[in-house]
Design a protein around this ligand. Structure first.
Ligand SMILES: Nc1ncnc2c1ncn2[C@@H]1O[C@H](COP(=O)(O)OP(=O)(O)OP(=O)(O)O)[C@@H](O)[C@H]1O
Length: 288
């Protein structure tokens, strides 16, 4: 479905992509990881037809650089940096919907699921939204329409835990008929969402691994933990994950979205000195 054939890209004398060969099939969910400057965004920009390059890129046989509008009809894109648009949110969604031949209501519905109150923000200029609100709106624009490819550059970085859970549910609803390319410089952010990991380093693909899909995207884990003593820092962190204090700051309960488990454990590992027990229970799900 997506092919990169000997693709190289040079900015002035800086070779940023170095003979990339890639074949991505329908239904694959790919984490594109690598350190800052590895070439991930440049690879995505070539796929979207924004840059010239040496070699060949095709999406369903179409060449993005030549047939850009046809290719972009198929691709939903969430950029890493929101564009500095002054256009009011309502107008932006209307414009995006007409460009993509979809109903604006579909985009507004996705925005509402992610927790945006459209009535309150539709008259605001896009640039005036908070980072998280911009990200939610860009996700809504990318996902509130039919696409066969979703390309997302650090899509969940600014989302709170509840919105992340909804975002994972939205992805889960499209597994069958969508190819996803999710870029991040943190593997733990995206690993549970994908079935293939591509790692880039200095313009080359240095690792290409198929991974087991054993985490349900829409599932939740009931978590309980107990602490040796109560501490403000861990309490603040747990409240940020919407956990409830069940007794003097020593016992906590909450839910963690399945794909967020690595991220959660990474957070909790900072307080391992005060942790006396932790359980993550897949079966109970729902309310803890
Ligand atoms: N428009 C540009 N003009 C000149 N150099 C560029 C341009 N875009 C990217 N580069 C350079 O290309 C290299 C790869 O950048 P790229 O943004 O693709 O990396 P990345 O893997 O997405 O990094 P990050 O994780 O920091 O977003 C960097 O050295 C960057 O400075």
């Amino acid at each position: 479905m997506i092919n990169f054939n000997h693709v190289s890209k040079t900015f002035k004398r800086n070779q940023v992509l170095d003979h990339i060969d890639l074949n991505i099939e329908l239904g694959e969910r790919i984490a594109l990881v690598g350190s800052n400057g590895a070439g991930k965004t440049t690879l995505i920009r070539c796929l979207l037809g924004e840059y010239t390059y040496d070699g060949e890129v095709t999406v369903n046989g179409l060449i993005p650089r030549r047939e850009r509008s046809k290719v972009l009809q198929k691709i939903g894109f969430v950029p890493q940096l929101p564009p500095p648009l002054k256009m009011p949110v309502g107008q932006l969604v209307g414009f995006a919907a007409s460009l993509c031949n979809t109903e604006r209501k579909r985009m507004e519905d996705v925005a509402a699921r992610l927790g945006l109150d459209f009535g309150k923000i539709s008259h605001l200029p896009f640039v005036k939204l908070s980072g998280g609100m911009k990200q939610k709106l860009l996700i809504a624009i990318a996902m509130g329409r039919d696409t066969s490819v979703l390309v997302m550059d650090e899509p969940a970085a600014n989302l709170d835990p509840d919105a992340r859970h909804i975002f994972f549910e939205l992805l889960a609803e499209r597994l069958e008929n969508t190819t996803m390319l999710i870029s991040s410089h943190r593997l733990d952010e995206v690993a549970p969402l994908v079935n293939r990991v591509l790692e880039m380093d200095r313009g080359k693909v240095v690792l290409d691994d198929r991974v087991a899909e054993d985490v349900s995207l829409s599932g939740k884990l009931a978590c309980r933990l107990t602490l040796r003593r109560s501490e403000e820092a861990i309490a603040k962190a747990l409240l940020g994950w919407n956990f409830r204090d069940m007794g003097g700051g020593l016992e906590w309960q909450g839910n963690v979205a399945g794909p967020d488990r690595l991220r959660f454990l990474g957070m909790i590992s900072r307080y391992v000195g005060v942790l006396t027990s932790i359980s993550l229970d897949e079966d109970k799900g729902g309310e803890a």
